[in-house]
Design a protein around this ligand. Structure first.
Ligand code: KIV
Length: 295
């Protein structure tokens, strides 16, 4: 299956697999709300990840650990309302899949059944393989996530580059192969050396989607708030800023305050008129009627 660029057909897991086979790069970005999802859909991005980065870039938490199933489902629903074409991936939050396989399958199912997602993503390697297998068996496509896995921030000792030793890189490759065997249709590789990501991308039959993993992955993903310059508390080395909406937003707010305080806004074009005779009738009736009617 060859997918022409700008096709308005729905992007599925088969489309992404075909892109890998035809060496066409997969594009993915995050979204957490309806207008952003609409813009990404119209911009012909292949896939939208409703990431648990939501916790940091939208909800203001220090890391992703506080994000709940209810937070994720709420934002996934908003995103799915804005999308006709993009492949939609819902990120399973911390503690929604780590406790037991049945819980993982049940929570994964909610992303498809209640929130309109096409697939789920979860973090980890061999330790989550059984849950991935059961989830895929239940008919739910699963995207894996290896390398820097932010839900393990405390175990990793911070948000930092992974798989920099031969031993760690070998273990990561093994994990990637395990995820493929467990049934994942794609794997995110985050913050690992470019050559390690290249090796994994060549060994896997399923697509790899990199973030801070260099140019040789089968696809790329970024956090949209990093790309738009909407989040300045933490800027990873791999993020590329395409706009600075934070400063544009601030300027717009300052302009509004200046307009309101100097009475330039609202002006006539923003006001609703009333016909002259209606106004006159109103004023006359008010002059006649000195005591307000009782109910
Ligand atoms: O939550 C997220 O946005 C992610 C991406 C960084 C891949 O997992």
């Amino acid at each position: 299956m060859h997918v022409p660029p700008n096709s308005r057909e729905k992007v599925t897991i088969n489309t992404l697999q075909a892109k890998k086979e035809h060496r066409e790069v997969i594009t993915m970005l995050t979204a957490y709300d309806y207008p952003t999802a609409q813009a990404l859909d119209r911009a012909d991005v292949d896939a939208i990840l409703v990431g648990d980065s939501l916790g940091m870039v939208v909800l203001g938490y220090r890391n992703t650990l506080s994000v709940t199933m209810e937070d994720m489902l709420h934002h996934c629903k908003a995103v799915s309302r804005g999308v006709r074409r993009c492949h939609l991936v819902g990120d399973m939050p911390f503690m929604s899949y780590q406790v037991s396989t049945p819980e993982a399958v049940r929570n994964a199912g909610r992303f498809l059944q209640e929130a309109g997602m096409d697939a789920v993503k979860l973090e980890g390697g061999r330790e989550v393989a059984a849950s991935i297998e059961a989830t895929v068996t239940a008919g739910i496509p699963v995207m894996g996530h290896l390398g820097l896995t932010p839900q393990s921030v405390h175990k990793l000792g911070g948000l930092k580059v992974q798989a920099t030793s031969a031993e760690a890189a070998r273990r990561l490759l093994e994990d990637a192969l395990i995820l493929e065997r467990a049934g994942c249709y794609a794997v995110v590789l985050e913050a690992i050396p470019e050559r390690v990501a290249e090796l994994i991308s060549k060994r896997l039959n399923i697509p790899t989607i990199g973030i801070g993993a260099g140019a040789h992955c089968d696809g790329q993903v970024l956090v949209t708030h990093d790309l738009l310059g909407l989040f300045d508390r933490f800027t990873p080395k791999f993020a590329k800023q395409y706009a600075n909406l934070q400063s544009q937003m601030m300027q717009a707010f300052r302009d509004y305050v200046a307009d309101v305080t100097s009475h330039r806004f609202p002006s006539a074009e923003h006001c609703y008129p009333i016909r002259e005779e209606e106004l006159r009738a109103l004023l006359e009736s008010l002059e006649e009627q000195t005591v307000p009617p009782t109910a």
